[in-house]
Design a protein around this ligand. Structure first.
Ligand code: ZN
Length: 586
């Protein structure tokens, strides 16, 4: 609370002139993107929710982008490139997902909004030059598509929003020197190509990958895992070489963070914050537009939120390690949903009437509380239906059924009759505590196709929806509302335990220890290969064939301390090894 008040005061001091550009459509509606690349589709949402909740930004700082016009994109890009963006194949290649996973209009909507955000941000920071407001910053929560060239798109960059925004302000009459500081982990190849003809542009860059010389770029290539100290020294040197400018674009890439699967620079979160603070200091006279560019690790959103903290309140305070933005957001929504909005635990239908077939499924209550209408309403309020609609589904219907082992709830796409979400659960005691016991949960994207980037996993008949985190969080909200102590689930295969590992723990500490040792041993293998290796008996534990143990994993709503000593002891005793598949080519 105190921190929030202090943040509000600091915002008044430093952040009055910060504009944060955001649209809910900044989340790419590509269900396979995260699984295939690690790209955090929820990054803009998470960063914004955090900044608002901690009062590092207020509603006054928020800006809503309009969609960039094709005319504006055409100032930079060839007609051939812009034409090709209307095809699912092109967008699928740019984002490394299967074309079946691309709702073209929705993706184009997001691209044009992001470009519109960068244009709007550049116009706004420039418009205040005359008012002699110095140090004016804008942060667009999507953009920095620095790999897009006039005629070639790729690497998650469909169009070059920076070049498009610069062309827009040039068309407005701005002729001043422009600085582009590219601090993404990858070189600014597209920017160099787009801005080659603009003599009053300076591009400076620090990268962790050597893609050869880029004409017109002051580029420093650092060795792999350079770390904070070497990076910040290189940054200081670059900032000393940077000329004065009247407008700056800062590409504050999130893939410089240690553990990023695509970036190799190995910065810590505090190193990223220091980067942003030093750049903001160096640019204190020049109006600047900040963009997030890449970021493929689970913590990438913290780099972006950190940029907001640096610009808005000049804070070095770390984001708490256990802060979960989705949990915070869903808890806030849950507190506004009344029991009667969800079915309300009213009269459940008579069991005898039900067995005689006299009751309709719409009147059944799930776990004696939720009606089908109530569940559908909740899925709407938590944003799940909105995301599904963007993928081309809807209208929807929820069905509740009694099953042999409990009750099922299904979310159906009415037009195709296909189930999108299927769950089977019951109340059950674990360790003496009443829990929401999940027998089965499946997220199904029947329009999706399996592909090399997205191979079929055990138990899947169609690809997933990319909404597992939301559904897991919803199950926890359900458990809380029903007065239960947590959720429990028995993962039938390795990938299910792996996907849930950030939230769920095996009840038995020894089992958790073996699982952690297995995760370490399989690190570096794609998840589908790792899952198959375990399922096909190609993993050995201490020299003997290892068969997957389907034990219970739990998430306690009131966190319970881990028996870390027992976990570590078993982990140290467990030596896993993968043997080669019989058909492996040498
Ligand atoms: Zn990058």
């Amino acid at each position: 609370m105190l921190a929030s008040m202090e943040n509000r005061a600091r915002r008044w001091l430093y952040g009055r002139d910060l504009a944060v550009w955001y649209a809910p459509e900044y989340r790419w509606p590509l269900s396979g993107l995260e699984a295939a690349t690690g790209f955090q589709t929820r990054r803009a949402d998470f960063a914004l929710w955090f900044l608002l909740e901690r009062r590092a930004a207020g509603r006054r700082n928020l800006r809503q982008p309009r969609r960039a016009e094709y005319e504006e994109l055409a100032r930079v890009h060839t007609p051939e490139l812009l034409d090709s963006l209307g095809q699912a194949e092109t967008l699928g290649r740019i984002f490394s997902v299967d074309p079946s996973d691309v709702p073209v209009d929705e993706v184009m909507n997001g691209i044009r909004l992001a470009c519109g955000g960068t244009i709007g941000a550049a116009r706004e920071v420039l418009s205040n030059l005359n008012r002699r407001v110095v140090g004016r910053h804008a942060l667009n929560l999507l953009g920095g598509f620095h790999h897009a060239r006039p005629d070639v798109a790729g690497g998650f960059c469909p169009v070059n929003d920076v070049a498009v925004a610069l062309a827009a302000v040039r068309a407005d009459g701005f002729a001043g020197r422009t600085l582009v500081l590219d601090l993404d982990a990858h070189p600014p190849d597209g920017l160099a190509a787009c801005l080659a003809k603009d003599p009053s542009c300076w591009i400076g860059s620090i990268s962790g990958s050597d893609w050869g010389t880029l004409p017109g770029v002051d580029e420093t290539v650092l060795p792999e895992r350079a770390g904070d100290e070497a990076y910040l020294a290189a940054l200081d040197a670059l900032l000393r070489r940077m000329p004065q400018g009247e407008l700056a674009f800062v590409i504050a890439g999130g893939d410089v963070l240690a553990g990023d699967p695509l970036g190799r620079l190995g910065l810590s979160l505090s190193g990223c914050r220091e980067r942003d603070l030093r750049v903001a200091d160096a640019l204190f006279r020049a109006p600047s537009v900040w963009l997030p560019a890449g970021g493929y690790s689970p913590d990438a959103w913290k780099v972006l939120a950190g940029t907001g903290l640096a610009l808005g309140i000049r804070s070095r305070a770390p984001i708490p390690a256990d802060y979960d933005p989705l949990m915070a957001k869903f808890s806030a929504i849950a507190s506004t949903l009344l029991p009667e909005d969800l079915g309300g635990g009213g009269e459940e239908i008579d069991e005898v009437a039900d067995q005689l077939g006299l009751a309709t499924p719409r009147r059944r209550l799930l776990l004696g509380f939720y009606s089908a209408e109530g569940l559908e309403h909740a899925l709407h309020r938590y944003g799940v239906l909105g995301e599904l609609r963007r993928m081309g589904y809807g209208p929807f219907r929820v069905e509740i059924q009694h099953e042999g082992v409990g009750q099922s709830a299904r979310l159906l796409d009415v037009r195709s009759g296909q189930a999108l979400v299927e769950t089977v659960f019951e109340r059950r005691e674990i360790d003496g505590a009443p829990m929401l016991y999940v027998h089965w949960v499946a997220l199904r994207n029947p329009r999706g196709r399996f592909s090399p980037e997205r191979p079929q996993l055990p138990g899947q008949d169609v690809p997933g929806l990319g909404l597992a985190r939301e559904i897991l969080e919803l199950l926890q909200r359900m458990a809380a509302r029903l007065g239960l102590e947590g959720i429990a689930f028995r993962p039938a295969a390795y990938h299910l335990a792996y996907r849930g590992r950030e939230t769920l723990r095996f009840v038995d500490p020894a089992r958790q220890g073996r699982f952690e040792a297995l995760v370490d041993a399989l690190e570096g293998l794609p998840l589908a290969d790792a899952t198959r290796a375990v399922a096909e008996g190609r993993v050995q534990l201490n020299g003997k064939r290892y068969d997957w143990e389907t034990d219970e994993m739990v998430k306690w709503l009131e966190p319970r301390p881990d028996d870390r000593a027992a976990i570590e002891a078993e982990k140290a005793r467990s030596h896993f090894q993968v043997t080669e598949p019989p058909s492996a080519v040498p």
